[in-house]
Write a protein that binds this ligand. Structure first.
Ligand code: FES
Length: 111
């Protein structure tokens, strides 16, 4: 499992390993490394917004909700220092990783 250091936001804020992508989410419920792939059909959870008054993110593709509290509890090991995050990410096939930019919804930027 690679240990990856990446940006909280902006350039290189997304780690991709094969078809999987990860971003750092800052929410009013906590901060954590989020799989940017919706478990339904791989939609962009990095663009998901919260259900009003709830702790669930709604995928922009088919409106399926994902619990943020469950995601935080099951979270990938990570630590944030300033504007950088270091995380241990799954790579069972040894594909290696790349860094890229992915936009984040306002619900995931602590705004
Ligand atoms: S891909 Fe996310 S709800 Fe379908």
């Amino acid at each position: 499992m690679p240990v990856v250091n990446f940006a909280v936001e902006g350039r290189d804020n997304c780690v991709t390993i094969g078809d999987s992508a990860y971003v750092y989410a800052r929410t009013e419920h906590g901060s954590f490394v989020l799989s940017a792939n919706c478990p339904h059909r791989g939609g962009p959870l990095n663009l998901a917004e919260f259900e009003p008054g709830r702790t669930r993110l709604v995928c922009p593709w088919h409106d399926r909700a994902t619990s943020v509290t469950k995601a935080i509890k099951a979270g990938l090991p990570s630590v944030r220092r300033g504007d950088r995050v270091t995380a241990v990410l799954p790579d069972p096939e040894g594909l290696g990783y790349t860094l890229q930019h992915r936009p984040l919804s306002t619900g995931l930027t602590g705004c």
